[in-house]
Design a protein around this ligand. Sequence first.
Ligand SMILES: Nc1ncnc2c1ncn2[C@@H]1O[C@H](COP(=O)(O)OP(=O)(O)OP(=O)(O)O)[C@@H](O)[C@H]1O
Length: 607
Amino acid sequence: AGNGFQWSRLPRCCSGLAAGGAEPGGGHHGNRAPAQGLQPQKQRPDTARETERSRAPTTGAFVEDARRLLTLAYPERWPLSAAVGFLGVSSLVTMSAPFFLGKVIDTIYMNPVGENVTGSLTSLCAILSGVFICGAAANAARVYLMQISGQQIVRRLRTRLYSSVLCQEIGFFDKTSTGELINRLSSDTDLLGRSVTENLSDGLRAVGQAAAGVGMMFYVSPQLALFVLGIVPPVGVLAVFYGRYMRKLGRVTQDSLADATQTGLTGNLIVLSVLYKGGLMMGDAYMTVGELTSFMMYAFWVGISIGGLSSFYSALMKGLGAGGRLWELYERKPEMALNVGMILQPDQFKGAIEFRRVTFAYPTRPEIPVFSELDLSIPAGSVVAVVGPSGSGKSTLMSLLLRLYDPVSGTVAVDGHDVRSLNPFWLRKNMGAVNQEPVLFSCSIAENIAYGTTHPFQLTMEDIEKAAKIANAYEFIRNFPKGFQTVVGEKGILLSGGQKQRVAIARALLKNPKILLLDEATSALDAENEYLVQEALDRLMEGRTVLIIAHRLSTIQNADAVAVLDQGRIVEYGTHQELLANSDGLFRKLVEKQTILQNSQKHMLKV
Ligand SMILES: Nc1ncnc2c1ncn2[C@@H]1O[C@H](COP(=O)(O)OP(=O)(O)OP(=O)(O)O)[C@@H](O)[C@H]1O
């Protein structure tokens, strides 16, 4: 770490897709099998919980969701408790305001004519101003604490969710779109975070204020309070019928207008009735003007609080809805455990590969088999080129070998061991992959080269430079003003195709895998770049078992054996010469097609 890299910035992709995609040091799963001989494989996790979640929501599920929410908020219990305390103070001040404002009005009205009210009015208003300022300060403290706690909860939630996403099997990403995952991570976490903080405190405040408001209405005038409570239900019923009638009259799009009219009508009727009854009571000297004002203000607060409760309810439901989607991802166990299973000792690990009667279909298309009873053997240390028409499954062979997917039947074996029994983390650590579009990350070239090695902390700048030299990448990297510290942009966008490939080759060289998977998908490299990449690849291939998706005749000619893939099986297998000798064979036809293509290109160039 002393050479200036920011290791913490290296992406920790659990799936290990890139040439060096394995996570150094066992990652955060921590259940890495000890490196001694064969280790037993653990049971595959069940997905029962997932099925359970997809059922219709029940009271049990609701309670369970609420429990999860509370667990999430638990680490923030102290700031949240303080916020609830401040909430109590500010609500108390808010709810005492109408009472004291009523007193101020009575002080003004009730003083006998000619008496100086300045003294008592000034002190009352000064005290009240002080109390209101304290209430506002308590409210500010509540908002601050709620915001901070909410952000902490969202951060924690996002971190957990993100690592859960990284640990899923590849099939999961075939089914789930990136946009959906980003939505889960950004807006759903935000909704949920807010529902346990802001919405909950708003809800608490609404309940508290409604209860206090009703209580104070009774305190100020029990008679008027009883009268109001007596007329609210019938007026409410009236409003519902009126609203329905409006809806029938209007189109569906005018629903909100009908609702608004209904609310306005209900409120106005209630205010009118309070003024009527209160006015009569004042006339009979049962009530002062200040008391009637206080009463009206409390009635308003009760109305506002009940309105707040309904928006709190809808916000809470939104939060719970977002939670339902989040927990599913949060608790999803990958169908393929990442870091359990056998690890082969160096003396047992030779790198022989065998596909035995493999039948496979992608999980998203189970009805379309890619392979049916496919057999292929690749002896340790040999180079086997796979050729075949587009879509015949050449890349799929590699995916099965990396155990990104499991076959439906048959086995994929490394040194005689079914890859399902091997530790995927270990397996991927010992496989390198270089393809036309290498996976580069938006960090420095040095970090990209070092990514995926077993002990990145022990690497020196010399190691990285040496790998870059062998990969024919050193020269172009040195020519950048920042050299190895050049940041390559998202997916390495600031590098050319050939440069990206050479960085990927340097990365694979450092990783030093026993098995190499090459996909030389027809790339649009110019002659010089192609030569440099080919030379680097030749160096990389030395002394390894290589499975190569071949497009160039030169590669096919140099391979120890060529396997021709068609219709889900290996239809021809042998050396280049042997296959070429079969005039009816598919290989011969593929080569002829390519030769024709090359001739036509030559012809076009001459013209
Ligand atoms: N993730 C996936 N989910 C579903 N089907 C897939 C997936 N990846 C590939 N396929 C399908 O599987 C078949 C084999 O694809 P594959 O990419 O292995 O072929 P290929 O021989 O490498 O093709 P090419 O030479 O064009 O790259 C194709 O029909 C393809 O549409």
